[in-house]
Design a protein around this ligand. Sequence first.
Ligand code: NAP
Length: 325
Amino acid sequence: MSEQNLVIIGSGPAGLTAAIYASRATLNPILIEGTPSSTSDQPGGQLMLTTEVENYPGFPDGIMGPELMANFRQQALRFGTTAITSKVSKVEFSTSGNNNAEPHKIWIDGSEENGADPDYLAKAIIVSTGAQSILLNLPNESELIGRGVSTCATCDGFFFKDHEIAVVGGGDSAMEEALFLTKFATKVNIIHRRDALRASKIMADRAMSNDKITFHWNKEVDVIEGTDKLSGIKLRDTQNDEISDLAVTGMFIAIGHSPNTSLFDGQLNMKESGYLITEPDSTKTNVSGVFACGDVQDDFFRQAITAAGSGCMAAIEAEHWLQAH
Ligand code: NAP
């Protein structure tokens, strides 16, 4: 087990941009990119679950999210990044501080459970583990994921050709999912708990002017029905508690995201919401030699371009840190 200069954990826009910069700086980074899964916690990050990206500069006609991430990855590999398709299961950050006497330790795919030595030792680490979809936390929800309930229209929309479906949420994600799903569904019902959208005006206008989309204001999902597959939902009116039925066979949950930081509990400083805390105008965490970039430390902008920008910052800061130590 050799000691690496730099290990990057996570392969969304932030991690892959860090990999491009670090590999061009001849740091020979190892990128632990995650493993494919049904949630947004997967290689390539949340853009893998998105359709067309219209606001990433450099693509005047837009580009599909998965294609954009494949390009990022190809660019990182071209300069010598080593990509490992595994999931980090444990980290032990060195407490030797600026002395850098001890490397940071990383275990992958549960190898620590057998008492094994770390899979990787690293002088510096960039954390770019992103964020993932929040669920409603209702009975039956997890059981019916993949059986009518989904958090990813891009992945699952095709299976709902000629179905009537619901999209839960009032933000940009909900509008984007609903608009995409109109390609397949007979009707798309947007369920929102308030009477005003959180989504940007342009996305809200597009959804509101689409004939296939109906808004259900001041409504929350109360019951998810079905045994083997979704057969319908019950809605509760948030103002008068009235219950109504909606006979949908698909439900897409688009109510926001939470950061993938449980791995760093007790080791990296984080906000109450779980987002990592970095120094102002920097990607430095509270641990010397550990940097954080992208959505895992950004609960405000949460854009691919800002994630990529902070990935660039992390690589440059890691390079300076390695030179100084
Ligand atoms: P968001 O902006 O946080 O919106 C989440 C929505 O879900 C809100 O409307 C919220 O209701 C609702 N919600 C939250 N918890 C709920 C619950 N337990 N039950 C029912 N409803 C619940 O999240 P997002 O839409 O994922 O967007 C995140 C960020 O990414 C935003 O900055 C967004 O602009 C950006 N984004 C941009 C694009 C694009 O430009 N193409 C696409 C996707 C996302 P309330 O409004 O009542 O809080």
